[in-house]
Structures are given as structure tokens and as C-alpha cells.
Ligand binder design. Structure first.
Ligand SMILES: C[S@@+](CC[C@H](N)C(=O)[O-])C[C@H]1O[C@@H](n2cnc3c(N)ncnc32)[C@H](O)[C@@H]1O
Length: 294
């Protein structure tokens, strides 16, 4: 077992400013915890870049998307019940909690991909003293188990294109949101502003084999609207090139060479409100959406 006190005394360790005073008086429990945390972080594969406080940030391969943060800035999380779907290491769950959410459910569906996200989620959860409730095996198609119309906010970021049935997922998410509740949706779109279609990526999912659908911007907004949401704000300028890593950008370049249409895609962020309304464009609804038809 690592002797944290000894490591600190070797002088390789620089504590954050807030701990320096304690450090000068001897190696405190807080300092030892800080070293132990850094040690544990190093042993984990991180997707999310999570600020754990005291100068500790997880080395995520995905930089924080500033456009999702901007969408979060539009939401009053205080006292709210929040569902974060496809939570991965839990970045958006912990962010909702930091912003005052009363109850956060972090769900993921890791059965089919292995549980590499879980150690990171659990460590961040512990380090942040989070009260979020974690279920790594609850698919978006099953979220009504958490209570119909019982959530105030749903975070659905980085997930719809991984699903074979994104429309069914949106119906399920509408059914767990109370009318008036908010949803943040994020994912890639094909850059074709006028036409309404989604590109189906089965044989063409190059080089990412985990994607099924990439819609055009218009198609994504219509998916959302026909699922009984009103779009409040879009963040269409969310070009990955603005904030993604060199690795991501190289991948995008390879994609561009292999397939121009999907390669020229951006990641869109949409903030929408759950509504109940009359829909003159549709005479037949799926069962999850019937309660919202007026
Ligand atoms: C690209 S990551 C996005 C992580 C995080 N939401 C974010 O925005 O950074 C996709 C996540 O969706 C999850 N996922 C895939 N299929 C799912 C399903 N059917 N139900 C719930 N989550 C799913 C994956 O396990 C993974 O955690």
C-alpha cells in the first residue's frame, strides 16, 4: 500500500493553494487524501474532464463542451429532479448537482459495451460527495421505471446517434418529463440545412462503429418537435473543431476523406421544453405520447 505521507515528503507533490497552509504545518489528512485521489485517478480511463475541486481535474479524452454548459446556464436547476441519460463518467450529472439539483439520476446502458465508465463515475461521485443515484444498466428505452412525468430536467447528450431507435427514445424521455420540464439534447448533425433526412450508418459508419443515425439539423428539430417538445434555443455554432482535441480533429479529417457528407457534421445542442398540445400534422401517435395530445 502506498505511504502517502512518504510520497509527500519526497517533495514530488505540489498541493493546491488551499491546502498549502495545512501542508506547511505537517502532512495533514486532507493532503494525504489529495495524493490518494490523484493516484486513483491515474489508474482509471477517463472520458470526462471533471473538476473535482482543490485543483484536481480528471484527464478526460473529451474536453467539456462549452455549448452544453451554455444550455445549462439557461436552466434553473435549484430543487429540481434531473435525469442524465448515458451518463458515462457522470460529468453532466455532477454539474446539475453543483447547480443545485435536489435529486439526480445518472443512468447508462453499459451491459453491451463493458463497464469502463463505471470506475470513473464512482470515484468522481465519492470525491464530490455526490448524492446522485447511479444505474449503469438502465437503457433509455426503460426510463419510465423511474416514474412517468416525474422529472423536471432531462440531459440527453451524446446519445441519440448511438441508438437504433432515436424517436422511441425521445418518446420515452417525453413520458418521464413533466409538462413544462426541460431537455438538453446534444449530438452530431449532417450539414444540410434545407433537407429533412437522417443518414443511416450501418455499413457506412466509418470509422465510428457505434453510430446508427445522423440527422440533418432540420430532421433533428422535427424529431424533437414531433415528440412533444418545443425548441427554446439552439446552439448550432457548436463546431467540434472549436473545442475538441487534436485526436478528435484527426479522426474528423479521416472521415472527411472517406465520406464527405457525414464528415461535414457539427455537434448541435438544443434546449427544448416538454409540451402538451394538439398536433394537426399527425393523426396517429405512439402510446408513450398519447397523454400529451390535446
Ligand atoms: C458519447 S457518450 C456520451 C456521454 C455523456 N452523456 C456526454 O455527453 O458526455 C454515449 C453514452 O451513451 C450511452 N448509451 C448508449 N446506448 C444507450 C442506451 N440505450 N441507453 C442509455 N445510454 C446509452 C453509452 O453507454 C455512453 O455512456
Amino acid at each position: 500500500m502506498l505511504d502517502h505521507t512518504a510520497v509527500a515528503r519526497q517533495g514530488n507533490y505540489s498541493p493546491p493553494a488551499s491546502l498549502k497552509e495545512t501542508f506547511s504545518k505537517g502532512v495533514s489528512v486532507a493532503v494525504m487524501n489529495h495524493i490518494a485521489l490523484q493516484e486513483q485517478i491515474r489508474g482509471i480511463e477517463w472520458a470526462h474532464t471533471i473538476d473535482l475541486g482543490e485543483g484536481v481535474v480528471t484527464p478526460g479524452k473529451w474536453p467539456v463542451n462549452p455549448h452544453i454548459m451554455a444550455a445549462f446556464d439557461q436552466i434553473d436547476f435549484k430543487g429540481k429532479r434531473v435525469l442524465d441519460v448515458g451518463t458515462c463518467n457522470g460529468l453532466w450529472s455532477f454539474e446539475a448537482e453543483k447547480r443545485g439539483a435536489a435529486e439526480v439520476h445518472s443512468v447508462d446502458y453499459l451491459t453491451h459495451v463493458g463497464y469502463w465508465c463505471t470506475p470513473g463515475y464512482k470515484l468522481a461521485h465519492q470525491a464530490l460527495n455526490s448524492r446522485a443515484i447511479y444505474d449503469p444498466d438502465l437503457s433509455v428505452y426503460e426510463v419510465e421505471q423511474l416514474g412517468r412525468q416525474s422529472f423536471d430536467v432531462v440531459v440527453f447528450c451524446g446519445v441519440y446517434y448511438h441508438l437504433k431507435s432515436p424517436l422511441q427514445a425521445l418518446s420515452k424521455l417525453r413520458s418521464v418529463l413533466r409538462t413544462g420540464g426541460l431537455i438538453v439534447i446534444e449530438g452530431p448533425i449532417v450539414l444540410d440545412s434545407d433537407r429533412c433526412y437522417a443518414k443511416f450508418l450501418y455499413r457506412d459508419a466509418v470509422p465510428d462503429r457505434s453510430s446508427w443515425w445522423v440527422p440533418t439539423r432540420r430532421c433533428l428539430t422535427e424529431w424533437i418537435e414531433c415528440s412533444f417538445f418545443d425548441i427554446l434555443q439552439e446552439f448550432p455554432e457548436a463546431d467540434p473543431v472549436d473545442f475538441k482535441s487534436v485526436r478528435y480533429r484527426s479522426k474528423a479529417l479521416v472521415k472527411r476523406l472517406l465520406d464527405r457528407e457525414t464528415a461535414v457534421s457539427k455537434r448541435n445542442v438544443i434546449l427544448a421544453r416538454a409540451v402538451a398540445r394538439h398536433d394537426p400534422l399527425c393523426s396517429k401517435q405512439d402510446p408513450d405520447l398519447l397523454p400529451f395530445m390535446e
